[in-house]
Design a protein around this ligand. Structure first.
Ligand code: FES
Length: 104
């Protein structure tokens, strides 16, 4: 069953920006892409580095430690040295609040 939690106001994360929030599921990076809001775990599947400060390339994030690319839309690992997907969370906006479903 979905477990939606409010993590930030929409105004905290304008388009093109990203924020990191602490949740019961760990640190989660929220991205406001042109397609909308997306949320991924802020942990690289290669060596547990944080991802959110990495370079953004369209809907891909590049790990700042060793350069693995991940798809923000589905968490897929796109390039070595990461091979395992990262967790993604569903996002919705309600009453100006960004909510994520941490019960994946
Ligand atoms: S920790 Fe991300 S590529 Fe190594």
């Amino acid at each position: 069953m979905a477990e939606w939690i409010g993590v930030a106001a929409v105004t905290d994360c304008p388009q093109g920006k990203r924020i990191v929030v602490d949740t019961d599921a760990g640190k989660v990076a929220i991205f406001h892409l042109s397609q909308g809001f997306y949320a991924i775990e802020d942990r690289c599947s290669h060596d547990n580095g944080e991802l959110a400060s990495g370079e953004l390339d369209g809907d891909e994030i590049i790990c700042p430690r060793h350069g693995a690319r991940f798809c923000i839309l589905n968490g897929e690992a796109l390039t070595p040295p990461a091979y395992e997907a990262i967790e993604v969370f569903e996002v919705r906006v309600q009453n100006g609040l960004i909510q994520i479903d941490i019960d994946n």
